[in-house]
Design a protein around this ligand. Structure first.
Ligand SMILES: Cc1cc2nc3c(=O)[nH]c(=O)nc-3n(C[C@H](O)[C@H](O)[C@H](O)COP(=O)(O)OP(=O)(O)OC[C@H]3O[C@@H](n4cnc5c(N)ncnc54)[C@H](O)[C@@H]3O)c2cc1C
Length: 670
């Protein structure tokens, strides 16, 4: 039944199977007279315009490939006399499909629903690999996206129902009911996050986007990644350093296999792989996870009151009820304070053009708000070392010039920097943060913003992901714990970034932690900033206040390093300062240090990607975990506004846009 786009594909396979003696084609039923005439000329069997009881008496089975809304009626009619294979979806309403299941329970005929991706060679391969893997996956990501076209922008097209295959593939791989379900709208697509059991997280991105078609499934385990491209029919298996790619036969193999299976089912040789109850389960999941229109402003927890968390709270405040939770009694007490306070232009990253680009694109948004917290009058010099090997002077200048950095050739005073130890010197346009000013300005913006509830001296100690996607956080304040519920969580806890992964059993980010020491010095000279690059990367940075300077050294500042199994910062135990070695190493470049008075050591736990190939890169990493949870690991202060906007825009689009009108019976919180 049906000879439209899909119907013709079915017909082609059926004709082929008949030629191979696997079945006898009894008749074809089409809707229009034109189709009837055309097919009557092509085929040797009768072509009808309706399904009649007499016709059903002449056949053993019916294949239905008509428009979705006709499926249930036709199935009901045909199933009284014949076995039926019906194209998916069985129905666009789970209740209707469930009713059908009850109506025909035990009546003796087989109804198989055509979820043909179960027979797709690449999906079959992934299923075999998933079943063979001894460990459970940590994360499953599936993108099933079509390019936006005229048809797709019709607002009544619900991606959940149009891309039902995505739900079916997850059901096929994990054969379980999800324990957690959340969804959000992203433009013309939906991001659906489901968890199976305690820890298998699947994030599906389905619908339409402005790029070409994507059909990509990635299953991540600890140490193993399976990546399947359904358009190229490839499955790539990466185990540690080994990558194997399997090329599978082109389509339409799956349709043929589906028919072969159907024949086996009706001959009693195989179990029905897709009975109506399973189809109803998949439709119900698609319905339940259709994002609805939110009736109230979403509640967002921002954990971490550093410069990133504060700016996330600010950007979110216009559309959401925000709670900003910080364990210290004051804001910006973490690495937002213990850092070198450079307002980067890019001179620090001659080997990471990506980082320079990130700086260039983020700078304006930051300066629009915090221009007055940047000290511009302190000269900032960058000097490749005379013995430079990795970044010799010519290469350094070329890197700066080709990235359009603003500089001129000029040396710092020779009593400050030993000219024999440097190859040349660039006077840059970099500024330095006035830390107190930056903090005060950010706090002032927060108090003006409204919609931001501030919880200082409050530590988030636990979290739970509830079945409807609500995030329940346990917050310890003044020795007492209380719980709060949120629709979204933004995790801006820097070195504690994997705490959320622990609470919600998301995969942890592999991090290397460095215990880092900086010296605060008093030197009776005008403020100046000098950085010696290459091997010894040594910095003396004027703070602009009270003749105070910050000193750091690439090796001697790093007291300890560790990559922990759980991705959480180690307990460093008693910390022994390395100030003697720092001063000695740095003095070989900065003779002025002979006059320096040490005020204090400042210690920070630096968190960087454990296995970054680009060793010098310091990108800010925004991670969308699905389930309405984001993490942001700040690489540089000046990206805090643009990264906060990125997260706020994602949450706003989820919260403020009406869903495609589906027939969802229980639209979930978007
Ligand atoms: C040694 C060093 C030098 C640097 N130099 C520069 C520089 O010169 N210029 C530059 O732009 N960038 C620099 N950076 C990077 C910059 O410091 C960071 O990108 C930025 O400060 C990160 O801000 P944040 O808000 O993410 O982190 P933080 O300021 O550390 O904020 C995280 C907050 O989360 C809170 N928190 C953690 N766990 C919990 C919990 N369970 N409950 C509640 N609160 C919690 C912490 O108390 C903390 O206040 C440097 C970094 C390091 C390590």
């Amino acid at each position: 039944m049906g000879a439209g786009r899909f119907g013709r594909e079915h017909l082609r396979e059926l004709v082929q199977l008949e030629a191979e003696g696997r079945l006898v084609l009894g008749a074809v039923v089409v809707q229009t007279e034109a189709s009837q005439q055309r097919l009557a000329n092509e085929l040797h069997v009768p072509v009808h315009r309706s399904l009649t009881a007499e016709l059903l008496d002449t056949v053993d089975a019916v294949v239905i490939a008509t428009p979705a809304e006709t499926h249930v009626g036709l199935v009901r009619q045909a199933l009284t006399k014949c076995h039926v294979l019906v194209e998916k979806p069985l129905s666009d309403r789970a209740e209707e499909a469930e009713l059908l299941v009850r109506e025909f329970a035990g009546h003796g005929k087989h109804l198989m629903v055509g979820h043909n991706y179960r027979f797709h060679p690449a999906i079959e391969k992934v299923k075999a690999l998933v079943d063979a893997e001894p460990q459970a996956p940590r994360l499953v990501e599936f993108a099933m996206l079509n390019e936006v076209d005229g048809e797709s922008i019709r607002s009544d097209r619900n991606p959940n129902l149009e891309f039902l295959h995505a739900f079916d593939i997850m059901d096929f791989l994990f054969s379980q009911e999800p324990t957690v379900e959340t969804a959000r709208i992203t433009g013309r697509s939906h991001e659906i996050s489901v968890r199976y059991g305690d820890s298998v997280h699947c994030v599906m991105n389905i619908g339409w986007h402005s790029a070409p078609r994507v059909r990509r499934l990635v299953v991540r385990y600890s140490g193993v990644t399976l990546a399947c491209d359904l358009l190229r029919n490839t499955v790539t298996v990466q185990r540690k350093n080994r990558v194997d790619t399997v090329n599978l036969p082109p389509q339409p193999v799956s349709l043929r296999r589906q028919f072969e299976k159907f024949i086996s089912v009706i001959q009693g040789e195989a179990d029905n792989p897709m009975p109506p109850a399973a189809a109803a389960r998949i439709i119900a999941l698609a319905q339940r996870t259709t994002p609805g229109i939110r009736k109230r402003r979403p509640r967002v927890a921002v954990i971490g009151g550093g410069v990133f968390g504060m700016n996330c709270a600010l950007e979110l405040s216009s559309g959401c009820e925000v709670t900003l939770i910080e364990r210290h009694a004051e804001f910006m007490e973490g690495v937002s304070f213990v850092n070198q306070w450079r307002h980067h232009s890019g001179f620090h990253y001659p080997r990471s053009y990506d980082t320079i680009q990130e700086i260039r694109s983020a700078k304006a948004a930051f300066e629009r708000h915090y221009h007055d917290a940047i000290l511009r009058s302190i000269p900032a010099y960058f000097c490749p070392a005379a013995t430079g090997i990795e970044i010799p002077a010519e290469r350094y200048v070329a890197a700066c010039a080709s990235n359009y950095l603003s500089f001129r050739f000029e040396y710092p005073p020779s009593n400050i920097v030993d000219r024999d130890r440097i190859a040349l010197s660039l006077l840059s346009d970099e500024g330095v943060y006035d830390f107190e000013r930056l903090r005060d300005m950010t706090k002032a913006r927060l108090s003006e913003a409204g919609n931001v509830k501030i919880e200082l001296a409050s530590e988030v100690v636990d979290g739970a992901l509830l079945a409807d996607g609500t995030k329940k956080l346990t917050i310890l304040c003044g020795g007492r714990a209380h719980e709060e519920d949120f629709d979204y969580v933004v995790n801006a806890t820097y070195s504690n970034i994997n705490l959320m992964a622990k609470w919600f059993s998301f995969p942890a980010e592999p991090l290397r932690f460095d215990l880092y020491e900086m010296l605060l010095l008093r030197i009776d000279i005008d403020p100046i900033c000098v950085t010696v690059l290459d091997g010894p990367f040594t910095s003396l940075l004027g703070t602009g206040k009270d003749n105070l300077f910050l000193l750091s050294h690439i090796h001697d500042s790093v007291l300890k390093s560790d990559i922990t199994d759980d991705g959480l910062p180690p307990d460093w135990g008693d910390i022994q300062s390395n100030r003697g070695n720092m001063l000695q190493s740095a003095s070989s470049y900065f003779p002025i240090l002979a006059e320096a008075q040490v005020i204090e050591s400042r210690y920070a736990t630096r968190a960087v990607n454990a296995f970054a190939r680009d060793f010098d890169a310091r990108p800010t990493v925004v991670r969308n975990h699905g389930f309405g949870c984001w993490s942001v690991l700040g690489g540089k202060i000046l990206t805090c506004v643009s990264n906060a906007r990125e997260i706020a825009a994602a949450i706003a689009s989820a919260a403020g846009v009406a869903s495609a009108a589906g027939s969802a019976s229980r639209p979930m919180k978007s």
